[in-house]
Design a protein around this ligand. Sequence first.
Ligand code: M6R
Length: 614
Amino acid sequence: MCGIVAYIGKKEAYPIIVKGLKRLEYRGYDSAGVALLNNGDLNIYKKQGKVANLEEHAADKNRSGHAGIGHTRWATHGAPNDVNAHPHYSEDCNIALIHNGIIENYDAIKQRLVGNGYIFKSETDTEVLTYLVDDIHKNAGVSVAEAVRLALQQVVGAYAIVVISKDNPDQLIAARKSSPLVLGIGKDNDFFLASDATPIVEYTKKVVYMEDEEIAIVDLNEGLKLYSIDEVEKTPYVQELELQLEALEKGGYEHFMLKEIHEQPRSIKDCFRGRLNAEEGWVSLGGIKDYEEKMIKANRIIMIASGTSWHAGLVGEYLFEDLARINVEVEYASEFRYRNPIITENDIVIAISQSGETADTLAALELAKSKGATILGICNVVGSSISRITDAGSYTHAGPEIGVASTKAFTAQVTVLTLMALSLAKRKGTISETKFRTMLSELEAIPQKVQQILDKNEEIKIISEKYQDASNALYLGRGSSFPVALEGALKLKEISYIHAEGYPAAEMKHGPIALIDEEMPVFVIATSGTSYEKVVSNIQEVKARKGKLIAIVTEGDDQVDNIADHTIEIPDTDEHLVPLLATIPFQLLSYHIAVMRECNVDQPRNLAKSVTVE
Ligand code: M6R
């Protein structure tokens, strides 16, 4: 994980770096640090905890300098403390380095360096890389840039790094492999580097997304030079950023998560804008159009993802199988890649990822690609690693999601999967024209129905109050509402630290029912549709054990209302689209409970938004 930011140019580097680090805190917040070059001195400040701690620590120190590097850490090797914080630096303080990723062979390199007389201060793999660069620089008598290149040739693992040195005060050296790095070309002969474009966007829209095993040297005199790790000069591909600055701010909401929950009517609309027309009766996903025939004829479609994106995949499975009659398997990326899976050229693998950087998902995709499968992506972050390695794909267009808990990205992923399923079903002839058109109209109506649920925020807040002190919770659903139950449970546990489990409603009697007593809140999706009566029976089983029952029901329902402790009504819709609505009350319930428990909603403990380590 970790976030990195660097700047070189005429402006003061410190404010740019600190502001950028705050934007990247979603990537980790165990410690933060900066290294600033000023009149031949390299000033390094680092502190355990958030960027705010670093600011406090550096407040009375010299923060001047027109070149600097900064880091916000999610600890992998070594505890989150001041010493393990980045930047790491050579003993003579000539070279400082920031790193996102993991150097897998760090121990072997470390033993060698210890043999050469190096004494390590930290427990990190990054200090090993820093000393390796220093060792090569001194012993081979090469420039720092060349030492970086040679050091990286010895490294096994993932890295995005930026190096600064007193030797070359007009220069920053950056490189990446498997961890993201974006380079911004400023208007004023200045350069920016960051883990994503958010720290850069207010200064420039001209960016280069660095590729694997590329090294960039930005030099105030010589400009930008890009090389492959084996020294072949490359032409940078400069792109125009579409990101808007306002999208990165809270816009009056108390938390990013709340803002993102409330953005869903818009983000869902943005997701299907230009891709569906209910009146004319068509749906079209330009990005995968050329692959649809292959998808229809495929042996099977494998959806790979992690966390919330995996839950979206499970909803996708119901949609693809029921509407388009295509065989789908949904896999945890982290399990899939280590299972020696049987993959053939007739398989299609779809990776679902908000960030497009999740290490497990990326590695699983690479494995599938190496076995000849066609690989497609459903990503939110434009230009992300997954979106670049896939053969084709569809963006979710949800806009930047800053809160660590995924909300609008989930509904956008489900929207894309619905559009895909409908398009495939139409092409394959597995859906009637009437059903197809009804579903298009229903999908078009979803944003306004989401808004109706959001308008019940106060009502949901009152229900949340009753359960803020719960220690455990159960979430139940059947059919495509089962993944919604899983997602509801994940939202509650990750931001409020209440233990929660999602189950298929009928599975409850095979074990979890033993947990139910008068203290246990049970959240159930009991909307009208095929399994309604069955769910009502499950609800009776909960009430018979005195569980507290909170049910999501379809407007006008009074059967469940008579049994449940609380009901939250959602508008009626086609059964396939219920996940898009039923998930909203769960997001709000988790949000309010977490706020009432005084938890850090946007940056829950131990988590990071983008999990770029395996
Ligand atoms: O960026 P991705 O969608 O690949 O991330 C996958 C998971 O890490 C992510 O969904 C995680 O589970 C969220 N914190 C859930 O809210």
